[in-house]
Ligand binder design. Structure first.
Ligand SMILES: [Cu+2]
Length: 757
């Protein structure tokens, strides 16, 4: 079918036409000096808070590393974000910045009834006051809910070593590894959580593993339950032992039965076979190793393509603020919960006040006690603080700007995490828009395309075995994306035939346990102002008499708009239909009379993971909802806490309570809470590691009638090609095709240390 082509000369007319797109002229109002309000604490500030706390002798503080639980110590210091209304007043109307404060978490263990207390310390940089940050009524964090500190881990390691002394010969015989005088053949452990079955308990299952490369994949077959609730480690006791499918009352009982030949023993094969190949002096790699083995049919022995930016970066970093085309935003890396982008503007308007990671959980099934007990709630494992070094060229392009992070978490000084974050622009490899305008007779009227470029802000969290990659992605057309990739080692347990009901055999003695990953995000949209409404659009079929042939019926789609008045109405449960178009609308209209809106588009395979109200489900009630919309409240800024993991039965933060008052959400400051995730049934290709392809989830925030036309029209990147009679095509571009220096990046370097400063 041939479409009518337009008359000649049209192309020329277009070339001559003025560029009528009025470029919005504005300078981002919140440059570095104002964005400081969002900045994480500097080393000096963290030290000032630490010194201020230590100067209060009545707190009787001791170093975090002191090897006892019966002490008072500072566990966490991080920036305490001022109230939103104060920040907005400062940003938009000027005046003095709100007081800069720190949140300090202190474990008071040196008293008969130990407790956890949180304080606000300020004003920074020279603090002179501290005030208690009171928990919500009835929501005091219990002593048992505190995260495990490195001092407690040291004591736990020692306790395990002592407790398993009777099993020395048993371990040597069954694994060739041991805990005593072990040199290169030692055992190690993985602990799981929750730590017990009811509030106030602190008893953990430990999986004993061979301490080799990728030890997560080398269980010995022995798991052990240790009660470590007492602040006196002398009182810690082993309550249960599990070995190869059977329970024992104590290590002594297992050792005795083993000597008597009453234990069904599995002798592990040596993980690193001694049989060195003749060609190589190196030992063959372990199955849990990254070292290459095998060959591709088409071997590759040269380095791959890499990114260059011949004319330098096209984004600007001013402290913690990024300026990129239409975008400007600030960011911080909270030690407790992770990456937060703040004060997100496109053009000259605020689109979101905050988009942030709140929590990441992984809930497991298994046949071993550790497998069936595992419900990891990662903020309780320092989700925001385990931001280890990114490798240039691998974790981020060589051209990225790398930034350090500071965390004061379970430490006595701020600790510098070099290259914890990166910012980079990259081609997406697919055009943002393009069109080939055929003339349907062997040629074209024009070709036009806009290359796809995005700006990425990235960090990672290595929560013990697993690595999450956290991205915020900014597109030139006003679209913003939040994305999590999962990688690293799977959490795995000892293989038993019964375990196959809960996972996959991944090696001789290894079962990859099924689990669900869920991530919770807070999305505080401010779509052209703080007053927004939430509505959805769906498609509804209508059946009408065909107006141009009344003898016929006609079925066609119509728009069905739903408005939501109250929080409960806009809390969508899993397994309940979620409308396709989720819109956050400003009362203002675009040029065409439509409400200026942003659309939330969720990319997730998450589902309900626990029955409502089930014991530990209390800690993750947010996981009931792929989307819940609430009215902004200063008391509802986090959906989880560092305490939810170790007391999931009575956690201090219960998201469900945010919905209880069922507030009006029409023309209010709205917050969207988004749960994304996926079911992970491990498979043999998860060895050695879970790979990122297919293991990413997230959401997009897309303008929907927010602008009058695609705002990427302001980009100078498009290329238009016009055919010319009897001559070469005319290539029209707005950025000269200039040659830049194709600089080689700096040679690869990776330090890997994180040290106090
Ligand atoms: Cu997984």
């Amino acid at each position: 079918m041939q479409r009518e082509t337009l008359a000649l000369g049209w192309a020329i007319a277009t070339i001559l036409a003025l560029q009528t797109v009025a470029a919005t002229k504005c300078t981002p109002r919140t440059l570095h000096h104002k964005a400081r309000v969002f900045e994480d604490l500097s080393a000096q500030e963290l030290k000032a808070v630490r010194n201020f706390l230590w100067s209060h002798k009545e707190l009787r503080l001791e170093p975090s590393r002191t090897p006892t639980m019966a002490k008072n110590s500072v566990f966490l210091i991080e920036m305490l974000l001022p109230k939103k209304q104060h920040v907005l007043k400062f940003l938009d109307k000027g005046g003095r910045p709100p007081a800069r404060e720190a949140r300090a978490v202190i474990f008071f263990g040196a008293q008969e009834h130990p407790n956890i207390t949180e304080f606000a310390v300020g004003p920074l940089p020279w603090p002179y006051y501290m005030r208690e940050l009171p928990p919500k009524p009835g929501h005091q964090a219990t002593w048992a809910s505190r995260p495990i500190s490195s001092a407690e881990y040291a004591l736990l390691g020692h306790a395990l070593k002592e407790a398993t002394k009777p099993l020395h010969q048993f371990f040597l015989d069954t694994t060739g590894f041991s805990y005593q005088d072990c040199h290169s053949r030692c055992l190690t452990f993985t602990d799981v959580a929750p730590r017990g079955l009811a509030s106030g308990e602190r008893r953990s299952w430990f999986i004993l593993q061979l301490f080799v490369e990728g030890y997560f994949l080398h269980p010995t077959g022995l798991e052990l339950l240790l009660d470590h609730r007492s602040t006196n480690a002398q009182n810690w006791t082993v309550e249960r032992v599990w070995y190869n499918g059977k329970f024992y009352r104590s290590p002594e009982e297992l050792a005795r039965k083993y000597e008597d030949g009453e234990v069904d023993v599995v002798v592990l094969e040596d993980p690193s076979p001694k049989g060195k190949s003749e060609k190589s002096t190196e030992e063959p790699p372990l199955f849990s190793s990254y070292k290459p083995r095998g060959d591709f049919p088409t071997p590759i022995n040269v380095t791959g393509p890499r990114l260059v930016q011949p004319q330098g970066p096209r984004y600007r970093l001013e402290g913690n603020t990024v300026l990129y085309g239409g975008w400007s935003f600030s960011f911080r890396l909270r030690s407790s919960s992770g990456l937060q982008v703040l004060n997100v503007h496109f053009g000259c308007e605020r689109v979101a006040y905050e988009v942030s990671v709140q929590e990441a959980v992984a809930l497991y099934g298994g046949h071993t006690p550790a497998g069936m007990q595992t419900k990891y709630i990662d903020v309780g494992w320092g989700l925001g603080s385990v931001t280890h070094e990114l490798a240039p060229g691998i974790d981020c392009p060589d051209t990225a700007t790398f930034l350090d992070a500071l965390h004061y978490y379970d430490a006595d000084d701020p600790v510098r995490y070099p290259r914890a974050l990166c910012v980079f622009e990259m081609p997406t490899g697919v055009p943002l828009r393009r069109h080939f305008n055929s003339n349907f007779s062997g040629g074209f009227n024009f070709y036009a395309g806009l290359q796809g470029q995005v700006l990425v802000l990235r960090t990672t969290s290595t929560v013990y075995n697993y690595d999450y990659i956290w991205d915020f992605i900014f597109y030139p057309n006003g679209v913003m994306e939040a994305k999590m990739h999962a990688t690293g080692y799977v959490h795995a347990t000892f293989y038993t035939p019964e375990g196959l009901r809960h996972g996959t055999r991944l090696h001789t003695h290894l079962l990859g346990n099924m689990h669900t990953h869920l991530v919770h995000y807070r999305v505080d949209l401010d779509v052209a102002g703080t007053k927004n409404s939430f509505q959805t659009l769906q498609m509804k079929l209508e059946n009408i008499t065909n107006p141009w042939s009344p003898r016929h019926q006609l079925v066609q789609p119509t728009l069905e708009q739903t408005s939501y008045h109250r929080e409960r109405q806009a809390a969508f449960r899993f397994r309940q239909p979620l409308p396709k178009y989720l819109l956050f609308a400003s009362p203002r209209e675009n040029r065409w009379g439509h409400k200026r809106s942003y659309r939330l588009q969720i990319h997730s395979m998450a589902d309900q993971v626990l029955p409502l109200g089930w014991q530990e489900e209390q800690a993750i009630t947010w996981a009931r909802y792929p989307l819940a919309v609430t009215k902004y409240r200063e008391s509802e800024v986090c959906s989880s806490s560092i305490y939810n993991q170790n007391d999931p039965w009575d956690p201090p933060v219960v998201f469900e309570e945010f919905l209880k008052n069922n507030e009006n959400i029409e023309n209010e400051d709205l917050v969207a809470w988004v749960t994304v995730g996926f079911l992970h049934i491990p498979h043999s290709e998860d060895i050695p590691n879970t790979a990122t392809p297919g293991n990413s989830v997230g959401f997009l925030l897309r303008p929907f009638n927010f602008f009058d036309e695609d705002p990427s029209l302001a980009s100078r990147d498009p290329v238009i090609v016009w055919p010319r009679d009897g001559g070469p095509n005319y290539v029209q571009r707005w950025i000269p095709e200039e040659e830049g220096d194709c600089l080689m990046p700096d040679p690869f370097s990776y330090n890997g240390t994180y040290r106090p400063v």
